[in-house]
Design a protein around this ligand. Sequence first.
Ligand code: ACO
Ligand code: LMR
Length: 616
Amino acid sequence: MARPEYLLFDRDTKAIFWNLNRNAIQRMLDYDYLVGRSPSIVAIVAPTQSRKFDKFFYGTEEIMIPIYRSTTEAAEAHPEADVLVNFASFRTAYDVAREALNIPTIRTIAITAEGIPERLARDMAARAKQEGKWIIGPATVGGIAAGAFRIGNAGGTLENIVKSKLHRPGSCGLVTRSGGLFNELSNIIARNADGIVEGIAIGGDRFPGSDFLDHLLRFQKNPAVKYMVMLGEVGGELEYMVVEALEKGLITKPLIAWCIGTIAKHFGGEVQFGHAGAKAGADRETADAKNRALREAGALVPESFNDIPDLIRKVYEDLKAKGEIGEIEEPEVPPIPEDYDKARRAGKVRRPTHFICTISDDRGEEATYCGVPISEVVEKGYSIADVIGLLWFKRKFPKWASDFIDMVIKIVADHGPAVSGAHNAKVTARAGKDLISSLVTGLLTIGPRFGGAIDGAAKYFKMAKEKGMDPFEFVEYMKKVEKKPIPGIGHRIKSTKNPDKRVELLKNYAKENFPSTELLDYALEVEKVTTAKKENLILNVDGTIGVLLVDMFRSLGFSEAEIDELIEAGAFNAFFVLGRSIGFIGHILDEKRLAMPLYRHPWDDILYDVKRPEGV
Ligand code: ACO
Ligand code: LMR
């Protein structure tokens, strides 16, 4: 249903909000919920956002509001919206308003930005009047149609809104310049009368898009408005337009008017108040002169600002006595849901968490690794191994252990292109896949036969030693009971005749630096048994790392149960995963650098043994 000309907003008003200002949008929706109307914002305009919608609360429920790249696009999708809440910065607000003035479905534009050049503000105001549209602002919080529609942050907190009875219509039409005084006056009107029907803060600039008189004339026509309050201020001539209207009899409802800034005369010289327009350039522009003129024209002008409450009370009670204002039945106010974060900080709510983290914390100024800020990690020269110590095992390792881990990472970093993981990574890269996919295919080959035998080696050698099996017994046990190869024993190309240098390096380091190499010594006895059978059944690089990690953790004071838990969790294989990722990435980059084509395995390297089954 079409709204009468004098009404800018009602309970069905829908708005487009320009700028993804989550707080202001949420406040408008909170107001909607409070007054029991449907959500007033139907679209958001945010030209730089890639998202298509954002979520907000309406009461305790979440709703989705679509985001558009331009006001035109938003208005096309939402012709039901006739208000644009323009929260753009002062650099953009003019262009946004200009665009909106050309959109037929938009009738009212509220502009919050302060500092729009006066020339542009005047141009905007003139164009709006030409088009029969309304601009509220610039430099304003906007206003409220009580119980129907709130612009942005007008009225302050929800508690303040209820206290100032802005959640349901009263009988006063209010117009001020500033938002602060708008709140102050609505509160005074609520306490001394029955609140406002509508209140508009026209903004502090010298040339607002709509002025006192524009709104007072609307209020004059609005039967719900029984009297009006106008709060002007020193500077400018806008109040004289009201004086003239009073003189011409265009305003007949009681009008309580006051211009603040009467104090200016005590300062001597020109005084600039907060607002851009609040400066008396001529005698006519002083608050005193304007108050005098308003009084002479028939407005109800108090002696001082302090007398406003009594005057409002008197006007209200007179109108009530005449039967023009009735009793208002106070609507029920729903409980206002509190934001979880706020309520939690106030100690009012609690809820169980879904995740636990005991290794790092990013909530402070800087993230910490197990309590150590990253800057300290860098400045105090922590090595990669030290970082692993903090994040994987929550320990600061002594130098011998840290150096060992460093050595392990270096040693397992690569073993040429022929090993299964590197081969897979290369084939994948040549199939045109990206680095991460190629890396992952390489990593997926790490397992009991290739690179991932570290956990198994640690587990079985540790178990055998703990159970007191002699090396021969252990080899037999693995063959007959477990029926599987001993993890950490055997190599495709390394043997007693072609020893693995890496294994030598690890053993030598441990012998020189570890407090104890008990499990390594046991594994070397097992190796004697296996290499006696076959020369390639050496303690391989995985096996050596596995047993040495057990020796290391024992020396660091980890309990047997803790070590078993680490092995079970895959923590020992993790060293190979991390180290070999370096090599895989190298191979993938190599493929990309060489721009190698798709790989196809040669037929002559495959034994084809495909026979047609009988009867097929
Ligand atoms: N324990 C006991 N016997 C073994 C082991 C072992 N780990 N590995 C091989 N053998 C025996 C086989 O049973 C076979 O015996 P047989 O001749 O009596 O039948 C013989 O040695 C040859 O077996 P293959 O499987 O042909 O040996 P291959 O040289 O191909 O295997 C491999 C190499 C896959 C590494 C193998 O030794 C193995 O599975 N080892 C355990 C897993 C392991 O440690 N992998 C990590 C390797 S290091 C790395 O990837 C970084
Ligand atoms: C490796 O480190 O990848 C190797 O020990 C495996 C291999 O086959 O060389």
